[in-house]
Design a protein around this ligand. Structure first.
Ligand code: FA5
Length: 332
């Protein structure tokens, strides 16, 4: 190989080298102990050469060796500079100019807040499945298949016979069986109904169910718990009232209204259905209704978040519209 060819070969190899390890290999191959350039000198029969030839070889060799060292040094500097980010068009240690932090969705925030309040009152937070059996969603709650109450909750049925739960009451049976009595628990979660959508109806919405079961639990306990809970949510003294309401899984059943000065106006606001747990539901949950009694309520978590934050249309919550969600980041 001629000297010029060796230099060319070295240059083209170095152009493809981007790491320190690869560079060390190239260095060894050319100027190492057994390197291409180093060996040039070993393989020459100086005894057979004229003085002129010796001089010419010597200067050519020295030039090549010096050039090779220079090329290797330049490559080493290039690799080191890239490793430290120099020479790049950006500094990736600088903070991004587009730092958009996420925030907790207003419904989930409301849920967390309510869970904390109930925990402080001795309630357990219990979660369940969104796809449940027909039994859990209806039959266990005293709603047999021919009961007109089924028509009130237009249901999404799955091909395997299960349903997307239409209400968090679907957790009642499981909670009674798994937790037993005495019991104080809330179960928040997403519910699904095939609704005609309007400003207060979504097909996907959140409820928070609550149950308290024990010896001698009465309507008075229901009123007291609801009053304390709502006073904590709205951070002011809240009055509640019960009106009769019908649900097959409570007896007697109520609609609970509360009164506050929301928006400067003192008025009654319809908030949630509730009632004393029907004896059949207790029995289905493995409890003896002559020994245990309890209350249950089904809070519309989505509606409460609307009330609390003055959101006029429930559909805004599910739209993933940043202009809506961003309004809640400041209050985290
Ligand atoms: C029920 O779902 C009963 N399971 C509640 C219950 C629990 C009664 C325990 C007695 C004892 P209802 O269908 O009314 O009831 O729904 C309860 C709340 O869920 C409503 O007050 C409302 O706030 C909310 N809700 C119901 N449907 C929708 C919907 N399509 N969009 C948004 N919120 C809804």
């Amino acid at each position: 190989m001629k000297l010029a060819e060796i230099q060319q070969a070295l240059e083209s190899e170095l152009a493809g080298v981007h790491g320190e390890e690869a560079l060390a290999l190239v260095r060894a191959r050319y100027v190492g102990k057994d390197g291409l350039i180093t060996n040039l000198r070993k393989n020459v029969d100086f005894g057979a050469m004229t003085l002129e030839d010796k001089r010419s070889f010597g200067s050519g060799f020295n030039t090549l060796r010096d050039t090779a060292e220079g090329l290797l040094k330049a490559a080493a500097e290039r690799i080191a500079a890239t490793a430290h980010g120099e020479g790049l068009k950006f500094d990736f240690t600088l903070p991004s100019s587009d730092r958009r932090l996420g925030a907790i969705h207003p419904i989930v925030r409301t849920q967390i807040e309510i869970e904390d309040i109930f925990r402080s009152m001795g309630f357990t937070v219990y979660t369940g499945d969104e796809a449940v059996s027909e039994y859990e969603n209806f039959d266990a709650l005293n709603i047999p298949s021919d009961h007109p109450a089924r028509d009130m909750q237009d249901t999404y049925w799955l091909e395997n016979g299960m349903v997307l739960r239409t209400h968090t009451s679907s957790m009642q049976n499981r909670a009674l069986r798994q937790l037993g009595a005495p019991l104080r628990a809330v179960f928040p979660g997403r519910c699904f109904r095939n609704e005609a959508l309007d400003i207060t109806h979504e097909n996907t919405f959140y409820q928070l169910e609550g149950m308290m079961v024990g010896h001698d639990v009465s309507v008075a306990n229901l009123i007291a718990v609801m009053r304390d809970f709502l006073s904590a949510v709205f951070r002011q003294e809240i009055e509640v009232r019960l009106r009769p309401g019908f649900f097959p899984f409570v007896e007697p059943g109520f609609e609970l209204d509360f009164r506050t000065t929301l928006g400067g106006v003192r008025r009654w606001v319809e908030l949630m259905p509730c009632g004393m747990i029907h004896p059949a539901v207790l029995r289905n949950g493995g409890l003896d209704p002559s020994r245990f009694s309890g209350f249950a309520f089904g809070l519309g978590l989505t509606r409460l978040a609307m009330l609390k934050h003055g959101v006029p249309d429930v559909r805004l919550f599910n739209k993933a519209d940043l202009r809506v969600c961003q309004q809640f980041t400041a209050t985290l």
